[in-house]
Design a protein around this ligand. Structure first.
Ligand SMILES: Cc1cc2nc3c(=O)[nH]c(=O)nc-3n(C[C@H](O)[C@H](O)[C@H](O)COP(=O)(O)OP(=O)(O)OC[C@H]3O[C@@H](n4cnc5c(N)ncnc54)[C@H](O)[C@@H]3O)c2cc1C
Ligand code: FES
Length: 331
């Protein structure tokens, strides 16, 4: 029998942990057995939530979506721990603090649906009431489990942190388990929420920002802009929103209001079909090359994986550093 293989996990707060993984073992499962709960969502290489960086050695990856981990990122050492098979000693850098992985998942929060409202084609606003205000970083998400369901799905809060009403904007996916539950959900229905998670959150830093959202990817930016309205930043924020048709756009009045309140927010909209005057006909990411971005810009991309990938490539082509681009994929 081959001996276990040492793997070093390096967390963003400087804490490191050494694991022993059976040869060919799955990294996330082995870490779990050792009491280290790496951040995951789909657990099968489809969402990018677990994205990490290999800093030494090598790993093999089971099947994954190339839109989530493009080949050039893979060549630069980016890996998806949920599909990592360990066959030789290696070290992997995680983009979050050790406290995220070492604490046991707290008891789920018992919450109650207070509103379900269709706000655009295929998009529903879900509001839930929690017993105590939930503190999170604007941009983070929770996992929601409908009462009695044996699955959960991740959704980004659109509200500001620290309130007892959480708001979500959710696209109804045909045949999707949560989507089907949501289509019949009503006020008073119980749900369970995880604690907030995620590394896609607003960084408090003095530099220009570029937000790019596709579809319901607008949700975390609503939370960020609502939070920014309390402390307007000195630097400009450009916000590009992409949707399939004008009927798929939502929360526009509030976004325009927030833009005016924050002064330095430049909101631009792109729709793929039936573009009205004032809207770009095409993808939001088409607009990136024309923005003349300051090289110090921090980029936030959120939405379907192909949009996120197109945005990342356009930002890099515009001279921005890969490390300055944050991505959240709604896979
Ligand atoms: C960090 C994060 C944050 C997110 N935030 C948001 C958000 O704020 N808003 C939002 O709208 N989305 C968000 N998402 C996406 C969300 O978590 C779900 O993936 C999405 O809502 C679909 O869930 P569902 O249960 O309706 O569909 P699923 O049940 O997951 O199904 C997805 C697709 O697979 C198909 N499918 C399901 N089962 C099978 C099967 N057995 N065989 C073949 N096909 C099948 C379905 O028909 C459907 O097309 C987020 C995702 C992540 C990772
Ligand atoms: S958890 Fe690894 S890609 Fe989704």
């Amino acid at each position: 029998m081959s001996s276990p293989i040492p793997v070093t996990l390096l967390f963003a707060d400087g804490v490191s942990h050494r694991l022993s993984v059976p040869c060919g073992g799955n990294l996330v499962e082995s870490a779990n057995e050792a009491g280290i709960h790496l951040l995951t969502d789909c657990s099968n290489g489809q969402c990018g939530t677990c994205t990490a960086q290999l800093v030494s050695g090598s790993v093999d990856l089971d099947d994954y979506d190339r839109a989530v981990l493009p080949d050039d990122d893979r060549a630069c050492g980016t890996v998806l721990p949920c599909v990592c098979r360990v066959n030789s000693a290696c070290a992997i850098e995680l983009p979050y603090d050790s406290s995220e992985a070492l604490s046991e998942e707290p008891v789920p929060i018992a919450a109650e649906v207070t509103a379900v409202e269709q706000v655009a084609s295929e998009t529903v606003r879900l509001e839930v009431k929690v017993p105590q205000a939930v503190v999170f970083e604007p941009g983070q998400y929770v996992r929601i489990t409908p009462a009695g369901a044996d699955y959960h799905r991740s959704y980004s809060m659109a509200n500001v942190p620290g309130t007892d009403r959480l708001q979500f904007f959710i696209r109804l996916v045909p045949g999707g388990a949560f989507s089907e539950w949501l289509a019949g959900a009503k006020a008073g229905d119980p749900v369970e929420l995880s604690s907030p998670h995620g590394t896609f959150f607003l960084r408090h830093e003095e530099r220009p920002r570029l937000f790019v959202a596709g579809g319901t990817g607008v949700a975390p930016f609503l939370s960020m802009l609502r939070a920014m309205a309390a402390h307007p930043p000195a630097h400009r924020t450009t916000f590009l929103i992409g949707a399939r048709t004008p009927g798929h756009l939502f929360a526009l009045d509030e976004l325009k209001q927030l833009g005016e309140q924050l002064e330095g927010v430049d909101l631009q909209i792109a729709v793929e079909q039936d573009a009205q005057p004032g809207c770009h006909a095409g993808y939001a990411t088409d607009l990136i090359p024309q923005l003349g971005l300051d090289p110090s810009t921090r980029v936030y991309l959120c939405g379907p994986p192909p949009m996120v990938e197109a945005g990342r490539r356009a930002a890099e082509a515009a001279g921005l550093k890969r490390a300055d681009v944050l991505c959240e994929r709604f896979a």
